[in-house]
Design a protein around this ligand. Structure first.
Ligand SMILES: NC(=O)c1ccc[n+]([C@@H]2O[C@H](COP(=O)([O-])OP(=O)(O)OC[C@H]3O[C@@H](n4cnc5c(N)ncnc54)[C@H](OP(=O)(O)O)[C@@H]3O)[C@@H](O)[C@H]2O)c1
Length: 338
């Protein structure tokens, strides 16, 4: 499947990349964005509804966590609308099973976001397909690990939810920028409210001081997702490529697998009263990835298919976002493009 990209546009976007990397954050322009239109969709819209009438034939999207919950539903609906979807799961077996179970054009791929080498390999496999990505949806995640776990000496939720995706984003930057209007969509969460008040714990990414709290660490990682999108949006300003983050709602999925049994049981029994369905939960990310009306909309945090100003000041803190990008680069340098 091929896509038309003007050669001049492609070269211009590629030429901008080294320049973006060289400029110190202070010298970079502020985020340039179109004002998003008010969407007719809301909390009870489904992914099918927000894409009704859209023909995504000729477009390609990649999504992590494609075998479960919101990622699976997003892949199903994108493929249903005619897109080619690269469904990324933790193992190739899971990716193949998920891709085979939806109708449409899907390609399985695998990575473990907690194993940086596998992220690099997955990105290489996607680049080798030789097609631009119209969207990269960074959807996979883990929540509220009961015990503090470390990977690379860093708290595991921050590694899996943020750093693994940070590498994937950087490895596929050119591939998304090669699309006429490529979009990065990063899954954040309302749980960013649970992050430490000071925001990203640059001095203690291992969460080694004080008592470990599973929700604080999860909120911290979800704040990182939103700030990563914010800084990416600033770096992409002036190009057609955009980055936005999303809170999907509260949905009963496998994400709750680490919660105590009684909370899981309560979710199953009473969740209908306050939770979204999976179909509704997948709507915002699907809308942000595909809506023609959102071309040029960059650097926003969406909830219920509309921009949300962000619940905490930290969510809009551009200096913290730039510092997070720099620190993430320092940590993952061996896994970033040369
Ligand atoms: N559900 C909610 O209420 C809610 C609310 C706010 C934000 N979110 C966000 O929405 C996103 C999707 O969550 P969901 O509710 O759909 O949860 P889910 O059903 O548990 O799906 C999470 C996906 O992430 C994958 N994953 C976990 N660890 C991974 C790793 N190390 N490497 C690669 N993939 C990994 C899982 O793979 P396995 O199946 O192999 O474990 C699964 O495919 C997450 O980022 C979450 O933080 C969800």
């Amino acid at each position: 499947m091929t896509q038309t990209v003007s050669r001049r546009g492609f070269v211009r976007q590629l030429a901008a990349l080294p320049l973006l990397a060289l400029l110190p954050p202070a010298a970079l322009a502020q985020i340039i964005s179109r004002t998003p239109p008010t969407s007719p969709f809301g909390a009870d819209s489904t992914a099918e509804e927000v894409t009704a009438g859209l023909d995504l034939a000729g477009k390609t999207y990649a999504i992590t966590g494609a075998n479960s919950g919101l990622g699976y539903e997003t892949m199903r609906v994108l493929a249903m609308r005619g897109a080619r979807v690269i469904g990324i799961a933790r193992t190739m077996e899971k990716a193949e099973t998920a891709c085979a179970s939806v109708a449409g054009d899907t390609t399985p791929a695998s990575l473990d976001l907690g194993d940086f080498g596998s992220v690099v390999d997955c990105a290489a496999m996607i680049r080798a397909l030789g097609i631009p990505l119209d969207g990269l949806i960074c959807n996979a995640g883990i929540m509220a690990l009961p015990e503090r776990e470390l990977l690379y000496g860093i708290e595991k939720q921050f590694v899996v939810n943020h750093l693994g995706h940070f590498i994937l984003v950087n490895q596929l930057l050119e591939t998304v920028m090669a699309a006429p209007q490529g979009r990065f969509v990063l899954l954040s969460s309302l749980a960013h409210r649970r992050a430490p008040e000071a925001g990203i714990q640059f001095g203690d990414l291992a969460f080694s001081s004080g008592e470990y709290d599973a929700w604080t660490a999860y909120g911290h990682s979800k704040l990182a997702n939103a700030l990563c999108s914010l800084e990416l949006a600033r770096r992409l300003s002036g190009t057609p490529t955009t980055s936005n983050s999303v809170h999907p709602g509260v949905i009963d999925t496998n994400l709750g697998r680490h919660l105590p049994w009684y909370l899981q049981a309560a979710g199953t029994l009473f969740g209908w009263a306050f939770m979204k369905s999976v179909e509704e939960g997948a709507a915002t990310q699907t809308y942000v990835a595909t809506s023609p009306g959102l071309a040029g909309v960059n650097g926003y945090y969406f909830a219920d298919c509309n921009p949300d100003p962000g619940e905490t000041a930290a969510m809009r803190d551009e200096a913290m976002a730039a510092r997070l990008w720099q620190v993430s680069e320092d940590i993952t340098r061996d896994y970033l493009p040369g």
